[in-house]
Design a protein around this ligand. Structure first.
Ligand SMILES: [Cu+2]
Length: 290
């Protein structure tokens, strides 16, 4: 009897150990994926010889047409924005707007990794405006813990809903005339879908970065990332189009005090890599909240 008991308790201890190993492995994986904001202890200081990465994002082939949005569910939207159209593809003269371009990885000229540095969060807030029953801007880039001022410029109630993967869900009703809301995200995440629970057509994306090396393409497809330390980087251009978003990757070398070019191309006949698995995950996750 005694030996049976001993075996039983030994078994329990073994199981408990296995469980604890499994759970610690699980949390490690989460941290790895999450791009957490734990201080790295190495704050980047300007060397005075930073460079720029600039380029143009093109759309090759016949551009998808913007579709008119039926806003009749809310007459306030119809009267303010009678000609609201979809913004998932904004193409003009073969150039693609609303593409988020950022340094994903890489190393400075001295071999140190860009991801090992910490960068000062801007004290000025970014603004996300609900104006005409759509978001402006459609794609917003911020740094971790940077304030986002959320305005309601419409004569109707909006309900802004951030649906992140690595940050807490955030969902706030904002009646017309209400004060601006402030939100910030503590963890890096590319990109967080934002929707309105009142108006199902309203959609935007907020990218949260640990560093300031990102930009969103303008209407002419152009972008510039300034203040980049000399080095060799993996630069990614992300666009929401496609089944779950599409990203293109390019290796870019920035010379000291120099300018690097990074031109991307999306579209049916564009050359490049298909969507990464990482992006698929990031965009599928919000479905869990439904
Ligand atoms: Cu709304």
């Amino acid at each position: 009897m005694l030996s049976k008991n001993v075996r039983f308790w030994l078994g329990l201890v073994a199981m408990a150990s296995l469980l604890s190993i499994a759970s610690s492995c699980g949390s490690k994986t989460e941290t790895d994926e999450g791009g957490d904001t734990a201080p790295t202890g190495k704050t980047y200081t300007s060397k005075g010889n930073e460079g720029t990465i600039s380029g143009t994002v093109a759309y090759t082939g016949a551009a998808p047409e913007a579709k008119k949005i039926d806003t009749s569910a809310d007459p306030a939207c119809t009267s303010k924005s009678p000609n609201l159209t979809t913004e998932d593809w904004v193409v003009k003269d073969g150039k693609l707007a609303n593409t988020y371009v950022y340094i994903k990885d890489g190393a400075l000229a001295d071999g140190s990794k860009i991801g090992d540095y910490s960068f000062t969060t801007p004290t000025t807030a970014a603004t996300l405006d609900q104006d005409g029953c759509h978001y402006h801007p459609h794609i917003l880039g911020v740094m971790v813990n940077q304030d986002i001022t959320i305005k309601n410029s419409d004569p109707t109630t909006h309900n802004i809903h951030f649906t992140p993967k690595n940050n807490p869900d955030w969902n706030q009703s904002q009646p017309n005339g209400a004060q601006a809301l402030t939100h910030k995200l503590a963890r890096a995440e590319v990109l967080v879908p934002v929707k309105c629970n009142q108006h199902p057509w309203m959609k935007s994306y907020v990218a949260v970065s640990k560093h300031p090396f990102f930009a969103v393409t303008a209407e002419d497809g152009s972008f510039t990332i300034k203040g980049v330390p000399a080095g060799k980087y993996t630069v990614v251009a992300w666009h929401e189009g496609g089944a779950n978003g599409t990203e293109k990757t390019m290796e870019v070398t920035v010379p000291a005090s120099g300018a690097a070019k990074a031109d991307f191309s999306f579209g049916a006949t564009a050359m490049g890599q298909p969507s990464s698995l990482q992006m698929l995950e990031a965009l599928e996750f919000p479905m869990l909240h439904k």
